[in-house]
Design a protein around this ligand. Structure first.
Ligand SMILES: [Zn+2]
Length: 207
């Protein structure tokens, strides 16, 4: 690992950071004690870089701690879709010959626009493309937006198709400065138990 470049693809958790509409604001409050300082934190489970577990959309689906740890560490591929205008489609994905068990992270123009302010017209995963990836039975799908699906869209498949087939979703990854190619992915959510999601620290190590 020595000498290999490490990319931090996690968003900084801080007061005033972007959150998806109707999610709670992040609150980090410094509390002074007699001899030490602590910080009190409050945030939603889908804040910053985070995972979606099946329980996010399925009542009795697996929660964060029910997902095997091996999901969160191993080889991955970053695919560059920076030129895609609205959503990632099957046609965009096809040429990459995606295989079963892969961790696929998609870089879009969202990474370039940055994460200072929320905007509605972020690039998302199309429903048919979600079905396509679910059928391929990939292991992880990551995207550089706070949601994998269209803002306000009625097509739920980007969540439901992937999570039904056991694809763990990472949202809110920042791939600015990361080129298309193969990496080692490490991204562990906090050990939150059987709930819908959890913030994660995610990094890529250059192959
Ligand atoms: Zn989420």
């Amino acid at each position: 690992m020595r000498g290999k470049k490490i990319f931090d693809i996690s968003l900084l958790l801080e007061n005033g950071m972007i959150v998806y509409p109707n999610n709670p604001e992040v609150r980090i409050e410094r509390v002074e004690g007699e001899t030490s300082v602590r910080s009190d934190i409050s945030m939603g489970t889908h804040t910053g870089t985070h995972i979606d577990a099946p329980r996010h959309v399925f009542k009795d689906g697996k929660g964060v701690s029910d997902i095997p740890l091996s999901t969160y560490i191993g080889k991955c591929r970053v695919l560059d879709f920076s030129k895609v205008k609205e959503s990632i489609t099957i046609d965009d994905l096809k040429k990459y010959k995606i295989k079963k068990g892969e961790r696929i992270l998609v870089k879009t123009s969202n990474s370039k626009r940055g994460f200072a302010a929320f905007y509605d017209d972020y690039v998302y995963l199309d429903g048919d493309a979600a079905d396509y990836l679910a059928q391929k039975r990939i292991l992880v799908f990551g995207i550089d937006s706070l949601s994998v699906k269209k803002r306000g869209g009625s097509d739920q498949r980007p969540h439901t198709s992937l999570l039904k087939k056991g694809v763990t979703i990472f949202e809110g990854i920042n791939l600015a400065g990361v080129k298309e190619g193969g990496y080692t992915f490490i991204g562990f959510p906090l050990k939150m138990g059987s709930i819908d999601g959890a913030p994660a620290r995610a990094i890529l190590i250059q192959n």
